[in-house]
Design a protein around this ligand. Structure first.
Ligand SMILES: [Zn+2]
Length: 121
């Protein structure tokens, strides 16, 4: 199975549902446990392959990524916009007149929206 770069789970430290970023394989059990870092409090936690499998199966949208302006997306990919609480499919990519990479996303509830990708500050 492909190990997701980003997951959502309840953080034991913040006590809230947060985004976690993949940090690496657990040295002692590199195939079954993985380090993930909470994007809010930066606490690093071990996540088992079982939990990752479960997340993949219970997600009705199939594979999706949580939208972040700094990441790059592919046409056909499903994303989730956390603020708008809506799923969307990447339909098109373009470069704006000011040179930004733009994705055009067809959202389930909100319809087509333009979002910035690969944004470097
Ligand atoms: Zn946290």
């Amino acid at each position: 199975m492909k190990i997701p770069k980003q997951i959502e789970r309840v953080c034991d430290y913040c006590g809230d549902r947060q985004k976690f970023k993949f940090r690496g394989n657990f040295e002692a059990e590199p195939d079954s446990k993985f380090w993930y870092a909470c994007q809010r409090c930066k606490h690093v936690t071990l996540v088992s392959i079982e939990e990752l499998n479960l997340q993949a199966n219970t997600n009705s949208q199939g594979n999706y990524r949580i939208y972040s302006a700094s990441e790059t997306y592919e046409i056909g990919e499903t994303i989730y916009h956390a603020e708008w609480q809506d799923y969307g499919k990447v339909k098109k990519k373009e470069i704006s007149s000011s040179g930004y990479s733009i994705i055009i996303v067809e959202f389930e509830k909100l319809g087509p929206k333009k979002l910035v990708e690969n944004f470097k500050q």
